[in-house]
Design a protein around this ligand. Structure first.
Ligand SMILES: *Cc1c(COP(=O)(O)O)cnc(C)c1O
Length: 358
């Protein structure tokens, strides 16, 4: 398949290497074919067969009774929260989790309070977690604990299974549900060389993003018990998230869950190549050692800010994202080849030779 044309491509210049996110992945030819021939119906009326097939297949894959196809992982996480909490209760999660840093604005209309707990590599400190689950007096009732693996802001780190089990046991013993933000769950399972169910068994609900490394165009699945998913389905309608002939998109998602997980190991290998090369380039740059497909590059010992680095790298043919003032984030994915990693390293080398490292 030909490489996608990036909107930033200049006429005559080679397309930049795009490490901004694994969300830039386009559908495969096989996915387009699945979409073309997908049986479709009306998912807001009497059901869409392709959506139903995705929901039941993904639920089984995730070890849950039922699944719900939604437009985004953000919506899957929101529905998991709404379906398992009441107003004025508390959601507890690691303080750099995506649900906290990027999604907690939902609290302004859900009437919930989000309590962040400090952690390491995306794993909450268990002592601090236990403190935050205390009840009585002025303390809010915690009704949900959320985990994230792989952990985006922690640099694609994977939660150890014994950590997931410890959190689950602590929550379950208090009657608190556990949700897993598994936007990149398949990356985590590949890194652990485990079946996804070995991770999801420590959760009540789990979200899975179909449109990141798995390469589907849009969508996510929320999976859990039949009772919780029935509630989430009603809430999805209330929020305007019911889609009609959504089977066209679900067909791509079904292909993604069945065929796109295994190749993620290649993305992890290429992230390691990039990290090793950047760390060998210059002591001014320090890259995290990736467990999955994300690396963070610390540029604070250089003369540039992350914004200046992003622009300079773009000039040198590489797209990355600023991650705070002193770090860059690079994400490998299906459209990144070994040759692209070489080009990315060359771009870093080129910027280091210029004024930003003066
Ligand atoms: C991308 C991401 C989300 C949100 O996914 P969307 O499908 O873009 O809404 C949620 N959690 C994590 C960890 C993510 O990386």
């Amino acid at each position: 398949m030909t490489k996608p044309i990036s909107p930033t491509e200049l006429p005559g210049a080679p397309a930049p290497v795009d490490l901004r996110s694994d969300t830039v992945t386009r559908p495969t030819i096989e996915m387009y074919e699945c979409m073309r021939i997908a049986p479709i119906g009306d998912d807001g009326l009497d059901g869409d067969p392709s959506v139903q097939e995705l929901e039941s297949t993904a639920a089984a894959q995730l070890g849950k009774d039922a699944g719900l196809f939604v437009t985004s992982c953000t919506l899957a996480n929101l529905l998991a929260v709404l379906a398992q909490t009441q107003r004025n209760e508390q959601v507890v999660l690691e303080s750099t989790a995506h649900m906290y840093t990027a999604e907690r604005g939902a609290a302004s209309f859900t009437g919930l309070f989000y309590q962040g707990v400090a952690g390491h590599d995306g794993a909450m400190d268990l002592g601090l977690l236990e403190n935050s689950l205390q009840t009585g007096g002025h303390l809010l009732k915690t009704s949900l604990v959320a985990l994230e693996t792989s952990h985006n802001n922690a640099g694609g780190t994977v939660l150890p299974l014994d950590h997931m089990q410890a959190v689950y046991d602590m929550a379950a013993s208090r009657g608190i549900a556990v949700h897993l933000d598994g936007a990149r769950l398949f990356n985590a399972a590949v890194a652990l060389d485990a079946d996804v169910r070995e991770l999801t068994c420590y959760t009540d609900t789990v979200s899975l993003c179909l449109s990141k490394g798995l390469s589907a165009p849009v969508g996510a699945v929320l999976a859990g018990s039949q009772v919780v998913i029935n509630k989430a389905r009603k809430l999805r309608r209330m929020l305007g998230g019911t889609q009609r002939q959504a089977g066209i998109m679900a067909a791509a998602g079904l292909y993604a869950t069945q065929h796109m997980g295994a190749r993620l190991a290649q993305d992890h290998t290429r992230a390691q190549l990039l990290s090793t090369a950047i760390n060998a380039l210059d002591p001014q740059l320090s890259a995290t050692v990736p467990q999955t497909n994300i690396i963070q590059v610390d540029i604070q010992r250089t003369a540039g800010t992350s914004a200046l680095w992003v622009n300079a790298l773009k000039e040198a043919g590489l797209l990355v994202r600023p991650w705070g003032a002193t770090r860059l984030r690079c994400v490998t994915h299906r459209h990144i080849s070994d040759a692209d990693i070489e080009r990315a390293i060359q771009s870093f080398r080129q910027v280091l030779a210029g004024p930003l490292s003066a």
